[in-house]
Design a binder for this molecule. Structure first.
Ligand SMILES: Nc1ncnc2c1ncn2[C@@H]1O[C@H](COP(=O)(O)OP(=O)(O)OP(=O)(O)O)[C@@H](O)[C@H]1O
Ligand SMILES: [Mg+2]
Length: 316
């Protein structure tokens, strides 16, 4: 039997004036599943999270969380939701332990249980040694972990985490992901938003969002298969000239820069692999390497945006 669906939306819409911030989103998340909302600035990730936890009221559609209908049963639903906002607030003057106690009180954790719960969460977040430090004096990564811990004081079944790893160093990001994987083992359903494509490989399922819509949804590996055999990597000097030469090839659909190299999305690999070395050389470009590579989720997302011209990010 499939695990229980803990979070569900149907044709969810939220408008702000003429802006359709969320535009017909269908979502299903089961116990033990971690789903990623991935998309550029303004895609509608935060609005979706706010709708799911009942901070915003929907314009149309349906939301069910932990078996409760929103907005009608929002109070009941909230007992089962842990929400870490994109810009969450801790109380800077309060210590780590006092913050946990404070949030425990807000979420009606019985006073007798609060201390034990706080100890457990301190251990979970690796913050036991910092229990007496004012929250304002923690590093950014530790503040994120404390934020996550405060969102867990009432043992929610559904976790909504809005860009939890933003502005956090790579080591702290890694630790944060380990914490999340621990949560899944307890049977939580977790929705995480991120602008980082490299993080998207960690999700059970990824939803690429743009302009309030889901462009595609699937397991990370399945999404990568869409472009199997269609990405060539080119390192060359000077890169800008190499880009121009590559774009002129009739089998090259798109060229994107990834640091000091280019990813060419091609209709077929043979033609460009055979032709381009000589053409680059004729344009005085020094070829460093040129080979097929496994596509990244970023390649897939860029292709999806192109297929949906109307969906190009608003700032483009
Ligand atoms: N309270 C609001 N009033 C008016 N417009 C809003 C409001 N909140 C969001 N929007 C608009 O809705 C759209 C989606 O915004 P949202 O914050 O959900 O995007 P996001 O994917 O979270 O972006 P980011 O990656 O920058 O956090 C944007 O066009 C935004 O300007
Ligand atoms: Mg946001």
């Amino acid at each position: 039997m499939n695990p229980e669906v803990l979070l569900e939306t149907e044709a969810l819409v939220k408008t702000f004036g003429s802006v359709r911030a969320v535009d017909g989103l269908n979502l299903q998340v089961r116990a033990g599943e971690m789903v990623g909302l991935v998309g550029p600035d303004g895609a509608g990730k935060t609005t979706t999270m706010r709708l799911l936890c009942g901070v915003l009221t929907l314009t149309s559609g349906r939301i069910r969380v932990a078996g409760y209908e929103l907005p009608r049963q929002v109070e009941k639903a909230r007992e089962h939701i842990g929400y870490l906002a994109q810009r969450f607030s801790l109380y800077g003057d309060l210590t780590v332990a006092e913050n946990l106690d404070f949030f425990g009180a807000i979420f009606d954790v019985p006073p007798a249980e609060r201390k034990a719960r706080a100890q457990e969460l301190l251990r979970f977040a690796g913050l036991t040694d910092f229990a007496n430090r004012p929250a304002a004096a923690l590093s950014g990564g530790m503040q994120k972990k404390l934020g996550l811990a405060t969102a867990l004081v009432h043992r929610p079944q559904v976790m909504l985490l809005d860009e939890p790893t933003g502005a956090v160093d790579p080591v702290a990001r890694q630790e944060f992901w380990h914490l999340l994987i621990g949560l899944l083992r307890t049977g939580s359903a977790v929705v995480v938003s991120t602008p980082y494509m490299d993080e998207a490989m960690r999700f059970n399922r990824v939803i690429f969002m743009n302009r309030g819509r889901a462009l595609v949804e699937g397991k990370p590996r399945e999404l990568l298969n869409r472009l199997a055999g269609q990405v060539l990597e080119l390192a060359a000097e000077p890169l800008m000239v190499a880009r121009r030469v590559a774009l002129a090839d009739s089998d090259v659909d798109n060229v994107q820069a990834f640091g000091d190299r280019l990813h060419l999305r091609v209709r077929s690999a043979e033609g460009p692999l055979a032709r381009l070395p000589a053409e680059l050389s004729a344009a005085s470009v020094r070829l460093i390497h040129f080979q097929p590579v496994t596509p990244t989720l970023e390649d897939v997302f860029i292709q999806l945006l192109e297929e949906n011209h109307d969906d190009l990010p608003a700032h483009d």
